[in-house]
Design a protein around this ligand. Structure first.
Ligand SMILES: [Zn+2]
Length: 419
């Protein structure tokens, strides 16, 4: 019962962790990319201006505000607004898209005229546009400085302590990204309470202080049933900068097949020679795995291949069948909508349809079927091939690269199971 609950939680939102406090290890590990200041700076500088030289007004776009309304408030009349809008291209400052809730800053002269000199509009947390009305009308786009900080954390997988991720102030993307790394090598349904992990990851900060999202997970280790699964993010193509995860022996973490064809809420029926059919009300074999998920959930091809059927039968409902190699074929049933046509080439993870309950089905799910040499089998009981291995010539560089990371990872302590 308890395991069931853990399973559901894991499947529903990626994984839920009990996290220890994130430990900042930036300075020692990656000094070249990091710019940490020991004391908080109280700088009068912002957006490239010395704020002491102006009367500063900070505000957000209110309901009903347009660029014209805001300008009018600060004494810039319609004639000038017309000139501005005509002169400045949309790509620099889009005057029609001044959105409610966005922050802006007005810099006024300190003299008696109190004239508007600069209008700074924040397009996003990182990007902003500056409109200057000092000598002539001038505008530019700019970015706030973003710094990357490397951090580490450790945690224990638990259902009851799931709220801890919020309490620790960590990004939910961290758990999603973590689950993605291990999607081929670990069956997340079999993760147990007490399984532990350690992570080294990078976060982005604006102006060195404002969190702006997860940059990457550099290294991870998952201790599952007492076995440690290492993962290191390594650049495999210097031209494109493409990276991928490999273990401590340079073995890829990817498999030729994904563990499951979707993000599902639970397995409602496993592959079995004999089960009581819920619709037909009789005992028969179930040569597939049923994954329950909401109607419309995307279904992925579990491997690269060619669509050999995209069709409908009264039993299967709308379904898609894919040949991956001469040896392997997969099929996906009961779709609400199919997204591919016969003859189409699909990549692993590409959307081929959406969950539904067409055909013989009591609720929305996908029935996933798997053939090896024309014989239907349970994919969970097969020894399936790996994805493309690392090129031999990259291996010396790889082992050199992971050495300090692995030491760093091994130096992090696992969260105490009893805490
Ligand atoms: Zn089924």
């Amino acid at each position: 019962m308890k395991l069931n609950r853990i399973i559901r939680l894991i499947a529903f939102s990626g994984i839920l962790f009990h996290l220890s406090c994130a430990e900042d290890i930036t300075e020692e590990s990656k000094p070249e990319k990091v710019n940490i200041k020991s004391e908080p700076k109280v700088s009068p500088k912002a957006y490239g201006f010395n704020l002491d030289e102006f009367e500063v007004v900070r505000d957000t776009v209110k309901r009903g505000d347009t660029f014209g309304v805001i300008m009018d408030k600060y004494g810039v009349g319609p004639g000038k607004v017309y000139q501005i809008v005509n002169k400045i291209p949309d790509s620099i400052m889009n005057f029609k898209r001044i959105n409610q809730g966005k922050p802006y800053t007005i810099l006024k002269s300190k003299d008696s005229t109190s004239a508007l000199q600069h209008f700074i509009y924040e397009n996003s947390r990182i990007n902003y546009s500056v409109l200057s009305l000092t000598d002539s009308i001038f505008a530019k786009k700019a970015n706030k400085p973003v710094t990357i900080k490397q951090k580490s954390t450790s945690g224990v997988i638990s259902s009851s302590l799931s709220a801890a991720i919020d309490e620790a102030g960590l990004d939910y993307l961290l758990t999603n990204r973590f689950a993605d790394i291990y999607q081929w090598s670990v069956d997340f349904f079999k993760l147990q309470k007490g399984d532990q992990f350690k992570l080294i990851y990078k976060e982005k900060y604006i102006d060195d202080t404002i969190y702006a999202g997860l940059e990457s997970i550099d290294a991870a280790v998952l201790k599952h049933k007492g076995r440690e699964f290492y993962a290191f993010d390594f650049e495999i193509d210097t031209l494109t900068g493409r990276t991928d995860y490999f273990d401590e022996n340079a073995k890829t973490l990817r498999s030729f097949f994904l563990k499951a064809p979707l993000k599902f809420s639970r397995i409602s029926s496993r592959y079995t020679r004999r089960r009581f059919h819920p619709v037909q009300k009789r005992w028969k074999a179930h040569k597939g795995t049923d994954y329950a998920a909401g109607t419309g959930t995307p279904i992925w091809s579990t491997a690269d291949g060619v669509v050999i059927k995209s069709s409908y039968t009264s039993g299967n409902g709308k379904y898609v069948k894919i040949r991956h190699t001469n040896k392997y074929t997969t099929q996906y049933l009961h779709m609400s909508r199919r997204a591919v046509k016969v003859g189409e080439y699909v990549k692993q993870g590409e959307i081929i349809g959406y969950v539904g309950q067409t055909g013989l089905a009591t609720g929305p799910h996908v029935c996933y079927r798997f053939w090896v040499n024309g014989r239907q089998v349970d994919p969970y009981k097969q020894d399936l091939p790996d994805a493309e291995p690392m090129k031999e010539e990259l291996k010396p560089k790889y082992f050199e690269f992971i050495k300090p990371l692995k030491t760093q990872l091994d130096d992090i302590e696992y969260v105490d199971l009893n805490s």
